[in-house]
Design a protein around this ligand. Structure first.
Ligand code: SF4
Length: 320
């Protein structure tokens, strides 16, 4: 299942080329109004942290770098949604509908009855239109996916799947605790149930090469992946990667080097795949390296100039 390919997304009304298929444009086109994502913490954990698959987690993971602020952590999911909507409405006056994003840890890592309760709570607010559920491929099973299929009839459900790499060697090196075959299995089962997937990939992982990462664009094209989040490897405090970095500092992407990599990646990518993210972020007090601009809009602007100078755009080298 892929959204229809169309030239509509390649040119704007003023005739300028669209350099990549932005999520914000996809949402506007699909809903005809501004949709805001609202991040909520579900208090689930992760099999790579609680000992069932491993302890300590993936070597780069510090969930504090993407969890909501501490004062929200004691609140129920329903209260976080209520409060989050009030805050977002103040900030984005045009936001009328909301997608609840279950981001930190693995948000299908509970029994089905517990998941049903948490998801229902998140969806109870009348202005919530769906869920983006972040999880690992090994935290899905057929019963859970059947339930998600049902839920997807009524709401917009997307699974944000941490694939991270299409190399088993790389996954082992980062202590991911699952292999590529498990990701492929989850993608196939979600596709059978028509559940859209946003795949997460990290560029610059230890043991990964530029060629390897670029090859993953071609793999994504062959798979039932509808949205993509790309992320440069960065080192944050209180992680195994941080310890390795202190002991023996290794090179990370320079900004221009990463621009060049993702521009090439996008050129090979099917233009109908929607890009939800191109740059990873972490709070200032946690990030150690690389230290680029803190402002995401500024980074995106610089990247758009980079693409323009090279006449680079998503799908430039894509052929079916
Ligand atoms: S990155 Fe995700 S899967 Fe890995 S340890 Fe952290 S929460 Fe678990």
């Amino acid at each position: 299942m892929k959204w229809e390919e169309t030239d509509f997304y390649r040119f704007r009304n003023d005739g300028k080329r669209v350099r990549f298929f932005r999520y914000v444009d996809f949402l506007k086109e699909k809903y005809g109004e501004r949709i805001q994502k609202l991040t909520v913490l579900t208090h689930m954990t992760c099999p790579n942290r609680d000992g069932s698959k491993g302890v300590g987690g993936c070597i780069y993971c510090n969930n504090d770098s993407f969890a909501p602020p501490a004062h929200l952590r004691e609140m129920t999911v329903g209260d976080q949604v209520e409060r989050g909507i009030v805050a977002l409405r103040r900030r984005y006056v045009k936001a009328k509908k909301f997608l609840v994003y279950l981001q930190a840890y693995s948000n299908t890592y509970e029994s089905l009855p517990v998941l049903e309760k948490i998801y229902s709570e998140a969806l109870a607010h009348p202005e919530v239109i769906g869920l983006a559920i972040g999880t690992r491929p090994d935290c899905l099973d057929e019963r859970k996916m059947d339930y998600l299929k049902e839920l997807n009839q009524q709401y917009d459900i997307t699974i944000e799947l941490g694939i991270e790499s299409f190399s088993d060697e790389c996954l082992r090196r980062i202590n991911r605790g699952h292999d590529v075959a498990t990701s492929l299995w989850a993608l196939e089962e979600l596709d059978k149930r028509d559940i859209p997937v946003c795949a997460h990939l990290i560029a610059g992982l230890p043991g990964d090469s530029r060629a390897n990462f670029l090859e993953s664009a071609k793999q994504v094209n062959q798979l039932p992946i509808h949205f993509l989040k790309l992320h440069q490897l960065h080192v944050v405090r209180d992680t195994k990667l941080f310890e390795e970095f202190l002991e023996d500092p290794f090179p990370l992407f320079e900004k221009e080097e990463y621009f060049d990599l993702i521009a090439h990646f996008l050129e090979d990518l099917n233009p109908s795949i929607v890009i939800q993210r191109l740059f990873g972020e972490a709070p200032e007090h946690l990030i150690v390296a690389p230290l680029w601009e803190k402002n995401l809009s500024e980074l995106l602007y610089q990247f758009s100039l980079f693409q323009e100078e090279r006449d680079s755009f998503q799908g430039k080298n894509f052929s079916k």
